[in-house]
Design a protein around this ligand. Structure first.
Ligand code: FES
Length: 109
């Protein structure tokens, strides 16, 4: 994989999220209480709720609009026939990096 830097780990609040703009749309970076980082679509497949405004618990995110729960490892909605796209990310030191090919670019805003 080819990794590109998308910011500091400290820019993503613990149990919170930050949105980045990419060629494939807005992607939410989620940070768990254990400081793990996941990247996934920011748009809930139910009625387009902004997932970055949801609640991070364990390795899951709960949509702020109607409480669907998504596994951040797989993107699958728990108990629903739906999923969100997930993207490979890694933390190197205090920097967060995303797989360039998965977002179709070498740059993000
Ligand atoms: S919009 Fe996310 S659960 Fe309804």
């Amino acid at each position: 994989m080819s990794w590109i830097d998308i910011g500091s780990l400290d820019d993503v609040p613990l149990r919170g999220a930050r949105v980045i703009k990419t060629p494939v749309g807005c992607i939410a970076l989620f940070r768990t209480a254990e400081a793990e980082v996941f990247a996934a679509s920011n748009t809930c497949p139910h009625k387009a709720g902004p997932l970055a405004e949801g609640i991070v618990h364990g390795q899951k995110i709960t949509c702020p609009l109607h409480n669907w729960v998504f596994d951040l490892n797989t993107g699958e909605a728990i108990g629903e026939d739906a999923r969100i796209t997930t993207y490979p990310v890694r933390v190197e030191g205090d920097r967060v990096q995303i797989d360039a090919a998965s977002i179709g670019s070498r740059r993000v805003a």
